[in-house]
Design a protein around this ligand. Sequence first.
Ligand SMILES: [Zn+2]
Length: 426
Amino acid sequence: MSLEDHVEELASDLDVDKEEVRRDLENLVEYSVPMDEAKQSLRRKYGGDSGGSGGTPSSKAIGEVTTDDSNVTVTAVVLTSGRRSIQYNGEQHVIREGQLADESGTISYTAWDGFEGDLEPGQTVRFGNAGVREWDGRPELNLGQSTDAEVVDETLDVDADVGGESALADLEPGDRGITVEVRVIECEEKVIDGRDGETTILSGVLGDESGRLPFTDWEPHDTIEEGASVRIEETFVREFRGAPSVNVSEFSTVTPLSEPVSVTEDAPRMRIREAVESGGQFDVELVGNVIEIRDGSGLIERCPDCGRVVQNGQCRTHGAVEGEDDLRTKAILDDGTATVTVILDDELTERVYGGDLEDAREHARDAMDKEVVADRIAERVVGHEYVVRGSLSVDEYGANLNATEFAEADDDPAARASNFLKGVDA
Ligand SMILES: [Zn+2]
């Protein structure tokens, strides 16, 4: 059925103006509310009944639910439950999201605001007539007004943790209702244009024994400040530049911890192919050979307004500008599995060049050629093996790692062998 067919059906069932129904329905669908839920919501709004669903869906094991199913009945343990506020039809709605599990597997769910069941983590619940939708190629359950939920006295042997307590390294985009115990490593206030005008948020970096991840607090909690060790309940995880990012909302509870959380000094070491295929890593260590120094390395000029690299006196945004000198290196790192472009800032570039900005300027003046700076960097690093740490993003510009550390690998063969094994293990 097309949207227009649904509009026709609703308008005639509810005896209301078609234009009004179309506007409402489009609005709901635009906010990814599934059609069944959207129609039920409009039936409620205009005072009709909730509409029959026709037939009783069959009971299924979670592992057998596919995107071809339209409605199913499952009995499952609630693993996590997190609230999120979304806006549709000009109103705020609170939805609940999380994961369910039975012996056969796990599945994500969204509970729309017509759903009246309990979603306490740890409970076993029989969900009758749950809708199935496809998200990212996988089935998810929609719990709505037409879903009945009944807590049952049954113990399921599920192979998953109840309650959503997680180490940072185990988080994945899409995770909901997550609890973390972390130290706030960096934290700053930012003013953004929110849906209700300017609003202040917090953003920074969290750490625990497993790793580090960026975070955003959309409803600033004053217990979140640099250096604080906190337990944050009911967070959700989104993707930010290919890597997971922890999101704190108005529904999150932040409790200061009396014992400081220890934060690992190390970044996980990965093979380049594995890191690139993961789509991005906030903090990762790679080991490989520098095979080439790319154009745009050495003594470069940046636009004084936007900081972008200026070519032939032209900024792509600001046109002809008086560029400011800077040092940068773009090195191609290869470990035999794949390559990434490693970007070294001015400080790391000074070290591989063996001089500062003033030295580079003088070097270029003497040679009457800027390229001598990049050439010297290439002479010093190409063909050598480096241990590189930083933030990897993978997008239409390729795989780029903004380095925070760039050190020549130990030449000791034993150390190298053990580093190699460490890399294979990670
Ligand atoms: Zn510019």
